[in-house]
Design a protein around this ligand. Structure first.
Ligand code: SAH
Length: 227
């Protein structure tokens, strides 16, 4: 999978993409991530990427031209499955969106800043808009990193234990059951006996019942048949 990210702060991705599972996925060649500095596509003398909003009001708006030039260059090189704009008014990211996007070959993700991007970019180029939650961030970079992480970890071959992502919360509309590791007894706080029993069938039953219990308690909405 190839992901092209458009941003005015490329360095913000150094850390989230330089460690752990995403780093491993890149090293294995399963995912290639290209970060494009929108400023490089500015045609103005001072390499401007934003300007005052027409009609007034506080906050700068990201200009259409550099973004359009960058997207058009990428589109001339290959076909993209989606061109996503990270935006608080987009569809709310969830596991099924992440699973779906993980099957793509080529993806563009556009990060906004300031008051957002010129609406004409959204109309002309953007095919999907995604929010990571009902709050406003200063820029789309952290949101894009969250989106990429959620996508990349479910691409087959990225996690060592193939079943690991499948048993995470939300994959089957259930939250994950509690997990424990050594020591089995820490200052009198004991791991449930069943997990030490070696009885695989009973352990699976226990995990399922704990997952159900936790979901009913914390996220009963996941158990309803509404969607
Ligand atoms: N004026 C806009 C917010 C702009 S915030 C509004 O009120 O809707 C600046 C940038 O941060 C946005 O262009 C977007 O790319 C990103 N951003 C902010 N909050 C986000 C969220 N919850 N999910 C995804 N991206 C977000």
């Amino acid at each position: 999978m190839r992901i092209d990210i458009l941003t005015i702060f490329p360095e913000m991705f150094d850390s989230p993409f330089g460690h752990s599972i995403i780093k491993r996925a890149k090293n294995k060649g399963i995912v290639k991530i290209f970060i494009h500095n929108i400023r490089d596509y500015s045609l103005t003398k001072n390499k401007n990427v934003d300007d005052y909003a027409f009609g007034g009001g506080a906050g700068m708006v990201m200009m259409i031209e550099p973004i359009a030039l960058c997207i058009e260059k990428l589109k001339s090189e290959r076909t993209y499955d989606d061109i996503i704009y990270m935006s608080p008014d987009g569809e709310l990211l969830n596991q099924s969106i992440a699973n779906h996007l993980s099957m793509y070959n080529n993806l563009i993700i556009l990060c906004g800043h300031y008051k957002g991007i010129d609406e004409r970019v959204r109309e002309a180029y953007i095919t999907r808009e995604i929010s990571i939650g009902d709050y406003v961030l200063s820029g789309g970079e952290l949101a894009a990193a969250v989106l990429c992480d959620s996508i990349i970890r479910v691409i087959p071959g990225v996690l060592n234990d193939e079943t690991s992502a499948l048993s995470d919360s939300f994959q089957n509309d259930l939250l994950s059951p509690p997990v424990y590791t050594r020591p089995a007894n820490y200052k009198g706080m004991k791991v449930p006996d069943i997990l030490l029993s070696g009885n695989e069938k009973e352990i699976q039953k226990w995990k399922m019942s704990k997952a159900m219990e936790r979901t009913a308690l914390r996220r009963p909405d996941l158990l309803s048949d509404d969607d």
